[in-house]
Design a binder for this molecule. Structure first.
Ligand SMILES: Nc1ncnc2c1ncn2[C@@H]1O[C@H](COP(=O)(O)OP(=O)(O)OP(=O)(O)O)[C@@H](O)[C@H]1O
Length: 327
């Protein structure tokens, strides 16, 4: 396989204390959208900043399109595009002026720059508002302008750091359309960081889960889901005694207690197992406050490998929940 990015034991320790990226090794194939999925503070931005040359690694190496991160940093800047988390475009300039500014920074000849600006403005559907000040764009339009800026130097590799952060659901999904079309039109490799499971699931051909600076698991979304080998039943039990009794349930393939105190049980087929579980609960006088059943999904993968929900505040609203009403 042809690799766009080869990372070898990359580490970043801030102030000799905070290990933001911890010994990461990863190979990313050319021409795909690769997702780096992790909670806030997991180390995604730090990894991207090292790969794009804005942070020096504490140790380790990486190659971008065959170029060495430490030796060829200038060349790497020329062949990579970055759309950072924060807005970089100037609100006092129009969309077109912002793109012109980037073209000047890259030293792109004027005629070529003007042609490319038009192509990009059409691509992100901003051509009609090209002369409007960027500060008057909506959140989604502004992000699309950022995307176009990241493409101005026709990069081989494009880094998108939390591209839809802070956007509403509809605008996020709309932006996904543009990200897909960029990858399709330009055949470039896109590295996308996100803490939105649905985003990574929808866009990435392959992904890695990053937690506390480490890569926990990598693969396609389907591979990761299949690795769960079964359905998950989560029970909110009252105490250790109930947990000990539950451990004896014969149909359970695996059972563990989460940081939240919930019990997570893996079973082959929840449809068949559930009636048996209900009988077992009754016979053993276990009365959980809630039971939820989940088929393999990317959020389940995240919980399985990190022990936590990716967005604890979001709660469990996504899941089919079976409440038992015994509060
Ligand atoms: N310049 C810095 N100095 C000290 N610590 C830092 C610095 N930058 C990041 N960190 C720490 O490194 C860890 C990883 O941060 P990073 O921004 O890479 O995470 P992230 O996964 O991108 O999250 P987010 O999306 O919220 O930015 C965090 O603990 C963060 O506080």
């Amino acid at each position: 396989m042809d690799y766009s990015i080869e990372i070898d034991k990359l580490t970043k320790i801030f102030n000799g204390k905070v290990t933001a990226v911890d010994n990461v090794s990863l190979k990313i194939g050319s021409g795909q959208i690769y997702g780096l999925l992790g909670q806030n503070g997991a180390g995604k931005s730090t990894l991207i900043k090292m790969l794009t040359g804005s942070l020096t690694p504490t140790s380790g190496t990486a190659k971008i399109a065959g170029l060495d991160l430490t030796k060829d940093s200038m060349k790497i800047r020329k062949i990579t595009g970055v759309v950072p988390q924060d807005l970089t475009t100037d609100g006092d300039l129009s969309g077109r002026e912002n793109l012109k500014l980037i073209a000047d920074l890259y030293g792109i000849p004027k005629k070529e720059a003007l042609e490319r600006i038009d192509v990009l403005l059409h691509m992100v559907d901003l051509y009609d508002v090209r002369d409007r000040h960027a500060e008057n764009y909506s959140g989604g339009m502004r992000k699309r302008l950022e995307l176009a800026c990241g493409l101005m130097n026709t990069p081989e590799v494009l880094f998108l750091d939390e591209p839809t952060l802070g956007l509403d659901v509809t605008t996020r999904e709309n932006l996904w359309k543009y990200i897909r079309s960029v990858q399709k039109e330009f055949h470039i490799t896109i590295i996308l960081t996100s803490h939105y499971l649905d985003e990574v699931d929808a866009l990435a051909n392959e992904l890695s889960i990053i937690d506390h600076g480490k890569i926990i698991i990598s693969g396609t979304s389907d591979e990761l889901k299949k690795s769960l080998k079964g359905d998950i039943i989560t029970l909110k039990v009252k105490n250790d005694d109930e947990y000990s009794k539950l451990e004896k349930f014969p149909e359970s393939l695996e059972i563990k207690r989460m940081e939240t105190g919930d019990v997570r049980m893996k079973v082959n087929n929840s449809d068949e197992v559930l009636p048996k579980l209900m009988k077992f609960l009754g016979e053993n006088e276990i009365s959980p406050e809630a039971i939820s059943i989940r088929k393999p999904s990317l959020d389940e993968v995240f919980i399985e490998y990190t022990g936590r929900n990716i967005n604890s505040e979001a709660g469990n609203t996504d899941y089919a929940k079976l409440m038992m009403g015994r509060r």
